[in-house]
Design a binder for this molecule. Structure first.
Ligand code: C5P
Length: 402
């Protein structure tokens, strides 16, 4: 499901950064519905915000057309998260006291969703005891806060008051949307900054004729989660995915392909990269030729399906001149998992093989129990949600490069 934030742009010079935020979120597959306060519209225009979000921008509570299209109550419920950026001292004061006298504040008081405040103001205003009391009140009521950062401000003073940068706000939004209510995930450094990673995910489809194909049960969840986890650690990730029902995750580049041969070509185009994680359940075989018309039933009995071997993407990239420094394969097995994984690591010339037992609910499910087989031995992860397993693998990758 595509995620959506309701972005309230308050009146501050940092409002221009919120326009960048709309773009950063869109790149990560998160849509924005924008409310521009009267103050906000002194700094940026509804036209710019709407141009970037691709949607109507809401500006005034008493705009009857807007109320008829989507009232403030509905607006307050339609997003997964409400984000106030820049959150001015005035907006926070009103929200902390339940004052609701314009579209932004009525929406804040009517919403049943969590709210992330991204404050931006002069350092004295931020340090003002009234502002700090309001922040404490909102925080006690369950709101999230990001920043303000310390630095030089537009007013010429130095101190705490700068609005967080759009990428950091987008990280916070993703972290909250993933259910991390502590925002702990944001605090870590970006150890994979400057590293390019290539991840394959999902199944491939091998055409029999224009309407039929061979494929498998891979959902793509694990590969998408790994692409997102590597991105969160700063890597520049290209995710090459076979057909899945998932929305693209947060990553720099997303390429959708059908067949194993398409996937290999897309991988070769995406090289060079320092990291390659082959999570895709690539079909081992494909029909020897695809009929150009639908094969009709009953004309010449049951057709025989002659199969030919698909290219092994993992083995090909492992042997490539521009071989990524760290090549990680997956070994989905139903028995003797580690033994097969070790053999596969040698055969395919990978650095690591992630062994997993797919005899249970791994394929298509939400959990995974990984065993990472490296030259030094085995690292056994417990059964975890695929997102958490991905985070752990990404951290192991970061440690490798540290
Ligand atoms: O040989 P097997 O399919 O078990 O190997 C699994 C690993 O190899 C996975 O990492 C998978 O992404 C990769 N693979 C590949 N191309 C293939 C077959 C598997 O990249 N044609």
């Amino acid at each position: 499901m595509t995620k959506r934030v309701l972005l309230i742009i308050g009146g501050g010079i940092a409002a221009y950064k919120s326009l960048f935020l709309i773009r950063v979120l869109a790149r990560r597959g998160i849509k924005s519905t924008v409310i521009l306060t009267n103050g906000g519209s002194e700094f940026v225009t509804a036209l710019s915000a709407g141009g970037l979000s691709g949607e109507k921008v809401y500006t005034d509570l008493f705009d009857l057309t807007a109320e008829a299209e989507m009232g403030h109550i509905e607006l307050s419920r339609s997003a997964d998260l409400v984000v106030v950026a820049p959150a001015t001292a005035d907006l926070m004061a009103k929200a902390a006291h339940g004052i609701a006298n314009d579209l932004a504040t009525t929406t804040l008081s009517a919403t049943d969703k969590r709210t992330l405040y991204v404050p931006a103001m002069n350092v004295r205003m931020w340090e003002n005891p009234a502002t700090q009391r309001n922040v404490t009140t909102l925080s006690d009521d369950g709101a999230f806060f990001l920043g303000p950062d310390e630095g030089e401000m537009a007013c010429g003073e130095f101190g705490e008051g700068r609005m967080a940068e759009p990428e950091a706000i987008a990280d916070a939004i993703e972290t909250i949307l993933e259910g991390d209510t502590t925002l702990d995930g944001l605090k870590g450094p970006k150890p994979l900054l400057g590293k390019k990673a290539l991840v394959t995910a999902g199944p491939t489809r091998e055409a029999i004729d224009p309407v039929r194909y061979l494929s498998n049960h891979s959902s793509g969840k694990q590969g998408y989660a790994i692409a997102a986890a590597l991105t969160r650690l700063g890597a520049d990730v290209t995710l090459i995915s076979g057909p899945t029902a998932l929305d693209p995750p947060a990553c720099a580049k997303f390429v959708r392909v059908e067949s194993a041969r398409d996937m290999l070509a897309a991988c070769e185009t995406a090289l060079p990269a320092e990291i390659f994680v082959a999570v895709a359940a690539v079909a081992d075989w494909r029909p020897d030729g695809c009929a150009n018309k639908k094969i009709k039933k009953g004309t010449s009995g049951i057709p025989a399906l002659k199969l030919v071997e698909n290219p092994d993407i993992l083995a090909t990239l492992s042997a490539a001149k521009s071989r990524p420094e760290l090549v990680i394969g997956f070994a989905a097995e139903t028995h003797d998992v580690v033994e097969f994984a070790k053999a596969k690591r040698d055969k395919k010339n990978c650095d690591w093989i992630v062994a997993n037992d797919v005899s249970g609910d791994v394929m298509g499910g939400d959990h995974n129990a990984m065993i990472v087989v490296t030259a030094d031995g085995e690292d056994i992860f417990p059964r975890l949600k695929k997102e958490d397993a991905a985070r752990r693998l990404a951290e192991k990758i970061a440690t490798h490069f540290a």
